[in-house]
Design a binder for this molecule. Structure first.
Ligand code: DQA
Length: 158
């Protein structure tokens, strides 16, 4: 699933990793009943309200996410990423994000720190500006507002 909204303003890339295409059906007790499309719609609306323009990509392939981060270099003002299980071991995402100069925000529906021990490590956390976890669907509008504020700190006002 991928797409972009129209409009003008700084571009924000919203990235989702493996299995997040199954949101709504997958472990609803953990991740809720909203679908990925629902979350992207909420993020798109929040981006518009914050004067930002959203692009979105979900992929089950690590390489696609690395390529998308490379493609954001010099083009997007910010990346919001929920890497799914790749969060916990994909050093390629760590390195790709380290090579992206814009605002970076890690987002998780659940709170991985309150789950199985293997979820307690995030290899992307050291290279992002902030992490938002455990807020469920509310995390999306909050993430876009956080991006707006983090951009403003860098002098990017919309
Ligand atoms: C997740 C948390 C990860 O541990 C898990 O592998 C996911 C979803 C979340 O949004 O809560 O796929 O990133």
């Amino acid at each position: 699933m991928s797409g972009a909204t129209g409009g003008e303003g700084p571009l924000v890339l919203l990235l989702h990793g493996p299995n997040l295409n199954l949101l709504g059906e997958r472990e609803p007790d953990v991740y809720g009943t909203a679908t990925l499309a629902d979350h992207v719609a909420a993020a798109t609306a929040a981006a518009g309200g914050a004067g930002l323009v959203l692009e979105h990509l979900q992929s089950n392939a690590e390489a696609d996410l690395v390529e998308a981060i490379h493609g954001a270099r010099g083009r997007c003002a910010a990346i919001v990423v929920n890497p799914g299980a790749l969060t916990h071991y994909a050093w390629s995402l760590h390195d790709a994000l380290a090579a992206f100069d814009g605002v970076k925000l890690e987002l998780h529906l659940s709170n991985p720190n309150a789950r199985e021990p293997w979820r307690h490590t995030s290899v992307v956390a050291p290279v992002v500006d902030a992490s938002l976890v455990g807020l469920g669907a509310d995390g999306y509008p909050l993430a876009l507002e956080a991006v707006r504020r983090l951009l403003a700190r860098r002098g990017v006002t919309v």
